[in-house]
Ligand binder design. Structure first.
Ligand code: PPS
Length: 306
């Protein structure tokens, strides 16, 4: 950004940032700023060379964005520290009070090919992406860990609705009345479209289990070829520990109180199975029963432990 940095813009707007109400867009609850700008978001025309990174919130978006940026820059850590994640790889639908630039504002100033983040469920992705046959990577994370991460994020992120005084089995999220809607609809929506739309569907758990294998899958999907040595470097640079310490990846660009990382760090735990520290046996049983019903029409190979 030229005149004012991204962090300065957020700092300037922080007095007008509150826990924004959600407004449904075609039945999906979205932050009021997004809903109020919906027409321009829906009309966005990507370039065919743009790459979409789609996720339900807290499924591994930032990790995947960092891997992609490093792949595009042959593992050059310095180039990938040129700006914070949301400036290097804009968040398509995000809109906030001025002077914070919206995702569309940032995209307008960038030349394709761009790496574009979205949390929109499949049916709300601007149709230009599919008409232009853009590549798209979807990252899915098992529901229990995803909900735990979202709960902690909503506690520290002043732009999101209050998640409630305590965890209570993640009911606030299971009610589906959270930004970007139901986890179930989200993971299923992209799953059923993945072959028709040539979407690379990845799992957070696979990335944790064998990051090198998944980075190579991303590389091949992007039609890139980097050396084994560079892949090793990317595995290292995108480890949880290194990203947590990287100011251009750990969202320290969003000042408190908007992201109050003393409540919960953006790079919180980065593990598979943290849900076992949150769900009581009863909550887990109730959750599993509901999960069976919600997922009976698909067979998506989620793993809650590795
Ligand atoms: S957001 O706000 O929706 O863009 O958040 P997102 O980046 O999708 O998800 C944040 C969670 O991903 C974890 N994370 C990582 N895990 C493993 N390795 C790496 N490198 C990594 N980077 C981010 C982050 O810690 C959040 O998960 P939790 O479980 O809360 O720790």
């Amino acid at each position: 950004m030229s005149e004012m940095s991204y962090s300065e813009a957020i700092q300037k707007a922080s007095a007008s940032i509150t826990r924004f109400p959600l407004i449904p867009v075609r039945g999906v609850p979205l932050m009021n700023y997004i809903a109020n700008n919906w027409d321009s978001i829906w009309a966005f025309r990507p370039d065919p060379s743009d790459l979409l990174v789609a996720t339900y919130p807290k499924a591994g978006t930032t990790w995947t964005q960092e891997i992609i940026d490093l792949l595009l820059h042959n593992g050059d850590a310095e180039i990938c520290k040129r700006a914070p994640t949301p400036v290097r790889s804009p968040f398509l639908e995000i809109c906030s009070p001025p002077p914070i630039p919206s995702g569309l504002d940032l995209l307008k100033k960038m030349d394709p090919p761009r790496v574009i983040k979205t949390h929109l469920p499949f049916q709300l992705v601007p149709p230009g992406f599919w008409e232009n046959k853009c590549k798209a990577i979807y990252v899915a994370r098992n529901a229990k860990d995803n909900l735990v991460s979202y709960y902690h994020f909503d506690n520290m992120n002043l732009t999101q609705p209050e998640p409630g005084p305590s965890w209570e089995g993640g009911y606030h999220i299971q009610s589906h009345n959270v930004s970007w809607g139901s986890w179930y609809d989200h993971v299923k929506g992209y799953w059923v479209e993945r072959e028709k739309r040539n979407i690379l569907y990845l799992f957070y758990e696979d990335m944790k289990e064998n990051p090198r294998r998944e980075i190579e899958r991303i590389m091949r999907y992007m039609d890139l070829s980097v050396s084994d040595e560079v892949i090793d470097r990317i595995v290292e640079l995108t480890s949880f520990k290194n990203m947590k310490e990287n100011p251009m990846a750990n969202y320290s660009c969003v000042p408190a109180p908007v992201f109050d990382q003393s409540i919960s760090p953006f790079m919180r735990k980065g593990e598979v199975g943290d849900w076992t520290n949150h769900f009581t046996p009863e909550q887990s049983k109730m959750f599993d029963e509901d999960y069976e019903k919600q997922m009976k029409d698909v067979n998506i190979p989620f793993r809650t432990l590795i």
